[in-house]
Design a protein around this ligand. Sequence first.
Ligand code: SF4
Length: 454
Amino acid sequence: MPADATLSRLGLWLRAHRRFIQAGQWGIVLVYAVLLIVPAMLPLPAAESQLFSSMAGIAQFVFWGVWWPGVIVSVLLLGRSWCGLFCPEGMLTEWASGHGRGRRIPAWLKWPGWPLVGFVATTVYGQLISVYQYPQPALLILGGSTLAAMLVGYLYGRNKRVWCRYLCPVSGVFGLLARLAPLHYAVDRQAWESSTTRKTIPINCAPLIDIRRMEGASLCHQCGRCAGQRDAVQLACRPFNREISRLRPDQAQPWEVLLLLYGMIGVAIGAFQWSASSTFVTAKQAVAGWLIEHEAGLFLLDDDVPWWLLTHYPSLNDSFCWLDGAMIVGYIALVGSLLGSWLWFWLGVSARALQPEWRSRRLQLAYCLTPLAGTGLILGLSATSLSLLRGMGLMLPWKGVAQLALLGLGLLWSMRLFWLQAAGAGQVRRGQAMLLVMPAWAAIVLCWWQFLQS
Ligand code: SF4
């Protein structure tokens, strides 16, 4: 059977087996709840304890070493199937929406900047309270997000995923990565409009998509509920680069580009990098020395701060003072804004080489950085799990090569995408544009290279 027919049948199977999928989703909710809640209720393991000798260590490895990097890889390969078929938060918000008030969605909630604000806020806050290291912060951030999702579901929409569509802190990231995925639900608009199917069963598209007009994979949760609708929708395969290389100016969204440049690249690099940065340590020592010398603002060196504001585990000799917190926020903000603006500038210079309509062209070209941003997130998150494994005494001789290969893959993929995007401009202009965007790529690669060497 040809691959297309198999995929199409898979989509129809998903549509026909909602109850089976829901049972699996409740199972994931249970695992998620146990991994989040149980470690936070237990005493913290001693500093010298082995990773897998405590529930906290197991949960830490599963969440940050396997779960999140795995979800990012899955979105790159399978689109947002994670959201539609497995995500516990999506499942719970939709369930709450089925039992809630069913109010109209207010205009403020549809503001397109929420995914950027949510991603930046949770990333920075996660660094301040050491979400990757301790179970209570993980419960606070992930559990808090789940409760907020349920509350939004309870208040707005009926059987919908209003949270996932507008507010989820990672929905923007997943939406960008899904644009690269080969798996998607293809809609044949002509077939839809000319369908002679008399009776069409209405579909509940939980993330509120106008399916008839759906052109990309960015918003679709790939739940399969619309598969086969009007003989016009089917699960299908496409080349990795198709959606972004054919992106029209009217499809490029400024908020999505801001999230990509300043959030997924800038803030993410700052957040992963600060703890190993010698510049950060030097600057902090200099400021602390100045405060002591001038006997000014000494309260900033006080580290008796609640754990939900700043990391505070005195028994493990791990506590942040107010100065630490301020410096972490300042460092991430500086790296995020400088790097994001650097990329924005060179994308503009490059876009000018392609055509006079360079402003809209710049937005289109920015999407070509998506593979590099995605591989960067995988590098940053997997570094946590690799260091956990090394802490257990495991030798990982292939680690450096694998990380460099991943970084190289992201770069080459981005370059290929850029080349395809610039098609139609003539070989000379295309080559010029490619050369002019090199400083943008170089900055990202250099930052990740530094991170890998630390
Ligand atoms: S368009 Fe909506 S109903 Fe169809 S697969 Fe995507 S999320 Fe599900």
